[in-house]
Design a protein. Structure first.
Length: 233
């Protein structure tokens, strides 16, 4: 029997699947990855992989003039979502899903950067594993909840932190995959202005990462493991 395939889309090199790789591989998927800068990306049929995972990035979904690939990706992503193919989006990836499903993405009034918990609404959802767990947030954009989507979580900064449609479509605004990945330092170095705007410092962020990171990743992995177990054919 052929093994299942998972494709990770990276929008920038230092935002990979991180802690989520383990539960995906444990679930029997052969994991591949492509960067949006790869010339082959433009010709990919995003409906083909058994599992699609879209990670974060500093760009906005509305910045399609600066990043023409966004429009192309949205069009192909919408086809996959219309077919209800298993799809996971994280941060910018979640915003792409919201836009492709009819929810508007826009710049928010605040930067949300740092570790803090989200309020989880659906106790039967995979997000039950991260309830009361400080997880990493790093964004300034937000989105309107798409039609037919179920809101799963909110934070004290932004109401729309996670949503799902059925069992196969899951979008996470926060980064429960981050907490053990050394690329976290690259985030701080790349976006010091976001850290400052959120009222934090590199030193306090690194301390929070050391304190909360291992627990956040363990909870995030449990969340993804349950989601994968509950996927519908």
């Amino acid at each position: 029997m052929p093994r299942k395939t998972a494709l990770i889309i990276r929008h920038v090199p230092h935002e990979g699947v991180a802690g989520f790789r383990a539960p995906v591989e444990d679930a029997g998927y052969d994991v591949d990855r492509i960067d949006v800068a790869d010339p082959a990306f433009a010709s990919l049929d995003l409906r083909e992989p058994d599992l699609l995972i879209m990670m974060g990035g500093p760009m906005g979904v509305y910045e399609q003039d600066q990043h023409p690939w966004i429009r192309c990706q949205l069009r192909r992503l919408a086809l996959r979502l219309d077919a209800d193919r298993p799809t996971l989006g994280v941060c910018f990836g979640a915003q792409m899903m919201a836009e492709a499903m009819g929810g508007k993405v826009f710049s928010g009034p605040h930067k949300e950067v740092g570790f803090h918990p989200v309020k989880v609404y659906a106790n039967d959802s995979p997000l039950r594993h991260i309830a009361d767990v400080p997880v990493l947030h790093w964004h300034g954009d937000t989105f309107a909840l798409p039609p037919d989507a179920e809101l799963l979580a909110s934070s004290h900064v932004y109401e729309h932190q996670a949503f799902r449609r059925g069992r196969n479509v899951l979008a996470l605004q926060f980064h429960a995959e981050m907490g053990l990945d050394p690329r976290f330092d690259a985030w701080i170095e790349q976006w010091p202005e976001a850290v400052a705007e959120a009222g934090s410092t590199p030193e306090s962020l690194r301390a929070a990462h050391d304190l909360h990171g291992p627990v956040a990743v363990a909870a995030g992995r449990a969340m993804i493991r349950q989601w994968l177990e509950e996927l519908e054919p």
